[in-house]
Design a protein around this ligand. Structure first.
Ligand SMILES: Nc1nc2c(ncn2[C@@H]2O[C@H](COP(=O)(O)OP(=O)(O)OP(=O)(O)O)[C@@H](O)[C@H]2O)c(=O)[nH]1
Ligand SMILES: [Mg+2]
Length: 381
């Protein structure tokens, strides 16, 4: 049996009037060539929603490869946490999240999947607030609240989609690997957008229709939970930004130390060579060679101790690092030589400029190679 490709997450609370029909519509909407599962996450609905979902599955089980998995939770733990539970249970590599009250029309599902595939993006948002999208059946007050909440999210959290509060979206499951969710309140997409910043996002329009059957689960806690989750996400974003700033400062300070050591090496090289030539028995080429050895050695010790703050001078470790450092220094020299030749001979760039470019490139590659392989640090740290 081939693996599940699509998981549709369907949270329910007291949706007995919608669940059978929405499952039917979802099943009809999924392209036949895809192997899909629907995960219903029900919070112990007193109106038997979970039982109806299971009955529906038994009625179609023999006729389709589409599976329905009903997760029964003990208590009403909130929409975002239900969605998070669904994501954790999902075996598909593409996830679709939607409501079960027909506000999110199932015929949009193929468009979400198609957009994900064609644009190679990571998240597709079904949007009420892009051209072609709209809301049907909401009173002015609710539209206003939604617009204000959307503005707060966009300005306060810097998220890019026009409808970051949409409850209807699809994404590649792998973008959630290693992400820790708080799952507070109603707006799971908002948390996903904040915590996976940098991924590629697309929006497609759809018409949101207010529910016909059943009643709203929104209560006064929704606004409070919304504010709480926006505040938490704001703090999260601030910490990430501070962390990035700290990392770039650390990286730049190490690079600066590495280049200072490199410059000091030139002086040591010159001084050592001159000292050796003072003795009448040393041939000047030998003296130059000694100068090179001295400068590589002093560069290595200074970089080990000062630049990369590695105080472990045990013999084996130090010798291995020294060998690598010497190797990378030679690679750096070759890079410099090759680049100067290419810039001067092939691109006709003036020698002084070519030399600056080549020395800079060689020094930088030297820094990165030694950081990563000699002193075993992450490059960006
Ligand atoms: N499992 C679970 N599902 C929930 C919970 N709250 C809401 N849902 C489901 O989440 C979806 C969205 O809830 P709705 O009450 O429709 O929220 P809404 O769309 O903002 O409001 P209305 O459509 O006006 O009622 C529906 O499918 C609900 O059944 C919850 O606490 N747990
Ligand atoms: Mg609804």
């Amino acid at each position: 049996m081939s693996a599940t490709e699509i998981s549709i997450i369907l949270p329910t609370y007291n949706e007995s009037k919608n669940i059978w029909s929405i499952l039917e519509h979802i099943q009809k909407s999924i392209p036949k060539n895809l192997r899909a599962e629907t995960i219903v996450i029900d919070d112990n609905s007193p109106d038997n929603t979970a039982k109806i979902a299971e009955d529906y599955f038994y009625s179609i089980k023999e006729k389709t490869s589409h599976t329905i998995n009903v997760i029964k939770r003990k208590a009403k733990d909130g929409l975002s946490s239900a969605i998070l539970n669904g994501i954790q249970e999902a075996s598909g590599n593409t996830i679709v999240v939607m409501d079960s009250d027909f506000s999110h029309p199932p015929h949009i599902i193929p468009k979400l999947l198609e957009t994900l595939k064609q644009t190679q993006c990571d998240i597709v948002v079904a949007s009420r607030y892009v051209k072609g999208g709209t809301i049907q059946g909401w009173p002015f007050k609710r539209k206003l609240m939604s617009t204000v909440a959307t503005k707060i999210a966009k300005i306060g959290l810097g998220v890019t989609p026009n409808d970051p509060m949409s409850g209807f979206f699809a994404f590649r499951k792998k973008i959630t690997d290693g992400v820790k969710f708080d799952a507070i309140g109603y707006k799971m997409l908002l948390e996903l957008l904040v915590k996976t910043k940098g991924v590629k996002i697309e929006e497609i329009p759809y018409t949101f229709t207010d529910r016909e059957f059943g009643s709203s689960k929104l209560d006064s806690s929704v606004i409070f939970n919304y504010c709480k989750s926006v505040w938490r996400l704001y703090k999260y974003g601030r910490e990430v930004r501070q962390d990035e700033k700290r990392t770039s400062v650390r990286f730049l300070s190490k690079a600066a130390r590495f280049f200072t050591v490199g410059a000091s090496g030139l002086g040591i090289n010159y001084l050592a060579s001159m000292l050796f030539t003072l003795s009448s028995d040393v041939w000047y080429l030998h003296a130059t060679l000694m100068g090179i050895v001295f400068s590589i050695t002093s560069n290595f010790i200074l970089n080990k101790y000062w630049t990369f703050e590695d105080g472990d001078f045990s013999t084996k470790r130090t010798l291995i690092q020294y060998a690598k450092f010497t190797g990378f220094s030679s690679i750096g020299a070759l890079v410099q030589l090759g680049m100067v030749y290419y810039l001067v001979d092939e691109l006709n760039i003036l020698y002084p400029i070519s030399l600056i470019l080549a020395v800079g490139t060689a020094a930088f590659s030297n820094f990165v190679l030694n950081k990563r392989w000699t002193f075993r640090e992450k490059v960006w740290s």
